[in-house]
Design a protein around this ligand. Structure first.
Ligand SMILES: Cc1cc2nc3c(=O)[nH]c(=O)nc-3n(C[C@H](O)[C@H](O)[C@H](O)COP(=O)(O)O)c2cc1C
Length: 382
């Protein structure tokens, strides 16, 4: 039976499945449920010091279903970070750590561009016993109006400075969560790692407009007839997340003999995961942990057990005993287009030679066909 446990940045998780920041980690009650259902770790809904500035609207979600079925493949949200007061969060962090002392609780935090605010939120969270931080540099809607979230994550210099402030104050590991709403995701990731973060988490939601109601001509989700672009998640974003995680892992860990820039830092993958097979793909791309948010909103907390079974079956099938046995394995198969063309030409030439019975390797010589094989290798004669 495969060993699913993971030790990342000194944190010991029973399995790589982590509740991603959002509704599934929005209060002590649901976080407790996640631990009871054996999630490897929980990242809480993003908290900030001034919750009274956070005002949510309803409806705030819109779903995309696969044609002709009930299957949800895309999910838009225009939800902000937690609207619950920071002092309540402090009490709940303590309660959760009292009840689940051995489980990993990660505080997702977000502040404006203000050193004192970032230092205060780090110190107050860690005084409650949280095991690590995830810095939300990535929410694409609402908060950027206050230069928070994705607005900070798209500004490489600002982000590096904030990571330095946080790293100076934090006594526990810090992950920086990246926005996909940027041309080159490795640029802010590099800045965060230079700023002292232990790891990178990616991706947050992709800025989107879910659709327009063709009766009312209003975009969805409609609040009093109006809307804002939101964040896209769920299965539909997985290929984009896989590509971005691949780019991050290649930068951090290197590939094909080129050394990585941050070989000892960690990578937590997020985006459209709903099964052990999906998770295996992100681990093959270099992730140590895999986060799930929308999948829990669709399938519930029991998903962890099912994903553990599926991941374990995948590992048994390939003879992998631990997550490290296959982490990053598939990165080596990315190359350049020119190299694909060269490989294809070589393969075609080898196939042609084989079809024509030409010996291309010494092992192919056969005693009974020796003379015939020799003749086939003679260049054209006059
Ligand atoms: C309703 C909703 C609320 C979210 N809230 C947060 C948040 O507060 N902080 C954060 O870092 N990410 C937030 N996210 C983003 C998720 O953590 C995750 O990065 C993204 O949804 C992609 O993963 P998924 O396809 O598993 O949902 C939210 C996502 C959803 C769907």
């Amino acid at each position: 039976m495969a060993d699913l446990s993971v030790t990342v940045d000194g944190l010991k998780l029973p399995n790589p499945f982590v509740i991603g920041s959002g509704p599934p980690g929005t209060n002590a009650n649901v976080i407790g449920k996640a631990f009871d259902e054996n999630w490897g770790a929980v990242i809480c809904k993003t908290v900030s010091l001034e919750a009274d500035k956070v005002i949510n609207v309803a409806p705030r979600y819109a779903r995309m279903r696969a044609a002709g079925t009930k299957e949800v493949i895309g999910w838009q949200n225009i939800e902000l970070i937690s609207d619950r007061s920071f002092s309540i969060w402090e009490d709940e962090f303590k309660q959760i750590k009292d009840k689940y002392p051995d489980r990993v609780l990660i505080a997702s935090i977000m502040e404006e561009y203000n050193k004192d605010a970032w230092t205060e939120i780090v110190e107050r969270c860690q005084a409650c016993g949280v095991d690590a931080f995830e810095l939300n540099f990535s929410c694409p809607h609402g908060m950027p109006e206050r230069k928070m979230g994705a607005a900070m994550g798209q500004d490489v210099e600002l982000l590096e400075e904030v990571c330095k402030w946080v790293s100076a104050a934090a006594k526990v590991p810090v992950w920086a969560k990246m926005t996909p709403n940027i041309t080159h995701i490795v640029d802010p990731a590099r800045a965060a790692l230079r700023g002292g973060c232990e790891g990178i988490a990616a991706i947050n939601t992709i800025l989107c407009v879910m659709g327009i109601d063709l009766e009312t001509l209003r975009p969805e989700p409609t609040v009093e007839g109006y809307t804002v672009p939101g964040g896209y998640s769920c299965k539909a974003v997985r290929p984009i997340a896989l590509r971005m995680v691949m780019e991050l892992a290649t930068m951090m860990y290197g590939s094909d003999g080129t050394p990585g820039e941050f070989p000892d830092r960690s990578l937590s993958a997020i985006g459209g995961v709903e099964s052990g097979e999906h998770a295996a793909q992100f681990i093959l791309m270099g992730a140590s942990t895999v986060q799930v948010c929308t999948g829990v909103m669709i399938h519930g907390y029991k998903l962890a057990g099912q994903m553990c079974d599926e991941l374990s079956a995948f590992m048994d099938k390939h003879g992998f005993e631990s997550i490290e046995d296959f982490r990053g394995h598939s990165l080596q198969y990315f190359t350049t287009h020119a190299d694909l063309v060269r490989r294809q030409a070589e393969a075609k030439a080898a196939q042609k030679a084989a079809r024509e019975g030409m010996v291309t390797k010494d092992t192919a010589w056969e005693g009974d066909k020796f003379v015939e094989q020799s003749a086939k290798l003679v260049a054209n004669e006059d």
